[in-house]
Write a protein that binds this ligand. Structure first.
Ligand SMILES: Cc1cc2nc3c(=O)[nH]c(=O)nc-3n(C[C@H](O)[C@H](O)[C@H](O)COP(=O)(O)OP(=O)(O)OC[C@H]3O[C@@H](n4cnc5c(N)ncnc54)[C@H](O)[C@@H]3O)c2cc1C
Length: 407
């Protein structure tokens, strides 16, 4: 294994600068930029498989992990976290055993059921902060090398290695056979998207309590303004209420009583009255597909590779599968071939087979279910009725949502 720590030197802006057979200044085999859940899962799987990645994270080491963002984890992602020994450390995950899908103002509904899939749950709802903390503990226990307060500013590719320009506490550069960009897509290394669509929608998120207990039932209700998702979380629901940007801004500012009354009008009375609302926030929704290819010796995973609309709960789970599959690919590759174009082309092709159908499905749902077009409204109802009447169709959709291309 190579020596740990950074190789000092000036930034190489010429992509050809690393070309040639000499790899003697190489400091690392694998460097991962971003210790969010995706980067952390990749580092953990690599370390547990016997490799020695270096994980770089922009935030300071002791920054509190109190991100209250809600994540919907599929059953397939649970299996992955189990294999890494992380799942048992998560104490506050609420199972989703059924998903009720309907659309406002029309007939037709469908119910996905874990029992039908012979699984204990279709998925789980948990806090980003809790998952991040469990992963951080596992990284420390497994001895993954981490450097905090280090921001990757730029990535230069070359025939033998990639060079990462860092700008943190130690202003330096690192050469590595494989640079893994897992910065959530918001970092300075973000490349232009190959496929992009701004839905002109904003998700209003909050935690709400309802009159009736949730019994682990999630709702996905389509309205002409956008979908409303209620995900069972602890003794209440995590709400994702999608609207046009102006409407979302208005809703976010409403006093609690008016917010709950308007939510009742939009969602209906299936859970009785809405009793309380807390921790409101909002985030804009768009589709961005960059893919994993980022040049020689550099690869993107997680939200750095793709950002999806949350309607089908696919984005995060896709990111975890990116991380797992990249780690398996590295473990099957000879050390001297890490980051080679052959390895990265195989990985990219495999990830495309998983990501593109999931993205197409999500995009289809958003476009056909967020419209008041009367013909589409009618077809939507028929589609939901057909889904309910045809168990094989339900089974197909459930398996794709839970396990991606392996479903
Ligand atoms: C409000 C909100 C709600 C969401 N709800 C859901 C949901 O219900 N279900 C779902 O499946 N998905 C949801 N998502 C999406 C989900 O959060 C992402 O899919 C997931 O966080 C992606 O993980 P990641 O590790 O790729 O990126 P991130 O979680 O963004 O982590 C990236 C990490 O990289 C670090 N970093 C950034 N730039 C650099 C750099 N230059 N150098 C070094 N480190 C860097 C960051 O500090 C961070 O720790 C939601 C997203 C948002 C914003």
């Amino acid at each position: 294994m190579n020596e740990s720590g950074a190789h000092s030197g000036s930034a190489v802006n010429d992509p050809g600068a690393n070309q040639g057979g000499d790899v003697t200044g190489l400091a690392e085999d694998i460097v991962i930029a971003g210790a969010g859940p995706v980067g952390a899962v990749c580092a953990l799987a690599l370390r547990q498989g016997g490799l020695d990645p270096l994980l770089l994270e922009a935030r300071p080491e002791n920054a509190p992990l109190n991100d209250r963002r809600t994540l919907a984890l599929s059953y397939g992602s649970r299996l992955l976290l189990e294999r890494l020994g992380v799942w048992s450390q998560i104490t506050q995950a609420t199972p989703i055993t059924r998903i009720h899908i309907s659309h406002k103002g029309g007939l037709g509904r469908a119910l996905l059921n874990a029992q039908e899939e012979k699984l204990p749950a279709l998925g789980y709802v948990l806090r980003y902060g809790e998952l991040a903390q469990a992963l951080m503990n596992a990284l420390r226990d497994t001895g993954v090398r981490m450097r905090f307060g280090v921001q990757v500013k730029n990535t230069n590719t070359g025939r033998q290695a990639a060079e990462l320009e860092l700008n943190g506490e130690s202003r330096d550069c690192l050469r590595t056979r494989l640079a893994v960009i897992a910065d959530g897509g918001r970092g300075e290394t973000a490349a232009p998207a190959k496929w992009s669509h701004d839905y002109a929608q904003v998700a209003v998120v909050a935690e709400v309590k309802t009159e009736l207990p949730h019994h682990n039932l999630a709702y996905e209700r389509f309205t002409p303004n956008g979908p409303i998702a209620l995900l069972p979380k602890d003794d209440g629901y995590a709400l994702v209420w999608v609207n046009a940007p102006g409407e979302a801004a208005r809703i976010t500012q409403l006093d609690d009583a008016t917010f709950l009354a308007e939510l009742h009008t939009a969602f209906g009375g299936r859970q009785g009255r809405f009793l309380s609302v807390a921790t409101r926030g909002q985030f804009p929704l768009k589709l961005d597909y960059r893919g994993s290819e980022a040049g020689a010796h550099v690869v993107r995973i997680g939200n750095a590779a793709q950002t999806l609309h949350p309607v089908a709960g696919q984005g995060f789970n896709l990111g975890l599968r990116d991380a797992w599959e990249l780690a398996q690919s590295c473990l099957e590759t000879a050390p001297e071939s890490l980051g080679s174009s052959a390895q990265l082309a195989r990985f990219a092709a495999s990830r495309r087979r998983d990501a593109l159908p999931g993205m197409g499905f999500t995009d289809f749902l958003v476009r056909t279910f967020s419209t008041s077009n009367p013909v589409l409204h009618h077809l939507r109802g028929l589609g939901l009725m057909a889904l309910q009447a045809l168990p094989p169709a339900r089974h197909f959709i459930a398996r794709r949502m839970l396990f991606g291309k392996n479903g």
